[in-house]
Design a binder for this molecule. Structure first.
Ligand SMILES: [Fe+2]
Ligand SMILES: [Fe+2]
Length: 167
């Protein structure tokens, strides 16, 4: 099923693609730098943006899915998908917050200490792996699922609510 068959699915899909792009950028940075990279204004701005994007992803996006979409699946007895995706959120959320916090600390001090860089690499690598897999799963299951559950009115209201989160 085409994810664009619902408005809210289309918005979530767009968010997912933006997150994939962020994670691919992180992967590139980690792959290119076994040792702490030298700071320049581009890296500083990129890390600040990374932290903001990660925090937004786990705060607004996860919260929207949990509070507005998961109940729709539970209401029709589809508990399996909610359990799996909800557990993944609980694993990914602290990881994303830790990676964001390390990026913010490095941005504030203008460098990565070797231990901080090692932690950033390890946690960042785990975050990439888990969140990419999570997004793939949602793209296959969640978006098609909501297309089957929503009527056009509900879809419009949810799309408006999601768009409002983004100001
Ligand atoms: Fe999710
Ligand atoms: Fe999602």
């Amino acid at each position: 099923m085409n994810v664009a068959t619902t408005q809210v699915g289309g918005l979530l899909h767009r968010d997912h693609m933006a997150t994939v792009e962020t994670l691919e950028g992180l992967e590139l940075l980690l792959r290119k730098n076994r040792k702490p990279p030298a700071f320049d204004p581009t890296l500083t701005a990129w890390l600040a943006d990374l932290a903001a994007r990660l925090r937004r992803e786990v705060a607004e996006h996860f919260d929207f899915e949990e509070t507005r979409l998961f109940p729709l699946f539970l209401a029709v007895g589809q508990t399996g998908i909610v359990e799996i995706l909800g557990q993944e959120h609980q694993t990914i959320l602290p990881l994303a917050q830790q990676v964001a916090a390390l990026a913010e600390a490095a941005t504030a001090s203008g460098r990565f200490e070797p231990a901080g860089w090692d932690a950033f690499r390890a946690l960042g690598g785990e975050l990439i792996e888990r969140e990419m897999f999570h997004i793939q799963k949602e793209e296959m299951g969640l978006l098609a699922g909501i297309a089957a559950l929503l009527d056009p009115d509900q879809d419009r209201r949810l799309a408006e609510a999601f768009a409002a989160l983004r100001g």
